[in-house]
Design a protein. Sequence first.
Length: 429
Amino acid sequence: MPRRLAVLRGRQFRRFSTGYAVSLFGSSTASVAVAFAVLDGGGGGSGLGVVMAARIVPVVLLLVLGGAAADRLGPRRTMLGSDGLRCATQAATAALLFAGHGTVWALAALMALWGLGEAVFLPALDALLPRLVPAAELADANALLGIARNGAAVAGPALAGLLTATAGPGWVLLLDAASYAAGLAALALLRVPPGPAADGPGPGLLAELRDGWGEFRSRRWLWASVLQGCLFNLLVWAPFLVLGPVLAREHLGGAGGWGAVMGAYGAGAVLGGLVLLGRRPRRPLRTVLAVTAGWALPSGALALGGPLPLVAVAAAGAGVASIVSGSLFATLVQRHVPPRALGRVGAYVTLGAFAFGPVGLALAGPLAAAVGARTVLGWGAAWQLASCAAVLALLGRREPTGDAATGPAPEVRTAPVPPGDGGRGPSGG
């Protein structure tokens, strides 16, 4: 295990990952607090929808611009601005709730600013990691950050529910603001090597976006994988998130059963990340594509009417698939896309993968009313298996070779580890 955690020996990554983990934990509590702040204020389901949409829409609309900002200004500087904005936003939201002025539209405006900060932060994160850790340790760095994300997603909402019930949502949001301050402090202390120097004045925003798009579409393995992820979120994961609770209420014991399913997903992701640490698949792209078949497991288990233990195990399998594929795919992007374009390409990857998720969330209910929830989930599981096979066939046995900025990438091999040693996912993970 010490060999698998070698990436933590680097002071810069250790400092960043600590601040990032604290910030993630705070953010994982905020959604619960905001939801109950809206409901307690009389906003109802419609008001909650407005507030949650106000956070998502800026991310979708501004993600590509956030990627351009990361490439132009540098990822660390961009993330400092993002964490500063989100810290101020959550502190202002807490103050609004303490003052008793948490109306739907006031909360929606603040959530839009929160979404703006996220649109800037996400692509900058992809561009920052290669400057903090050696190329050989990128997979471990991505796995550790994935473990932190999924661990926070499991523990954060539970704590948020307790604090919201006992102290009120304002205190939870104040805790989130403090967590962003911790992330801001960690970023401020980083010493990040400068990126590649630009040749002459910048070409302009539109030219930069076109250049980033050219880097994205010139790599078949990249756009084919993103297209598969886009259709996965539309046809598989969004229906699972909407229809899963419906079937859980009818057949799995209600909210408690659904909580067990989603908890198993998070636990599977944490376990998968631990297993991945220190391992170097010889064919990382084919590994990424092959394990995405695991995303069909929970939808298939629900479609077949499986009992709660079976559905929970299937969800854990999907969690393993999510972190393994997400970590390895992020590493491929970071190693094979020129550093000057990582922010923009990362933005196109994220936007392409998740843009149709809201459409799937909106259509799942009407489709289930027409043909049945199990039928929708069953077709989704079948689609995931078929798409996995199709993309594997399209790309053949080819792996990304070489890096446009730094020359050929080192060969990826499986690291020797003792037997039995333990070691981006879907939109809803």
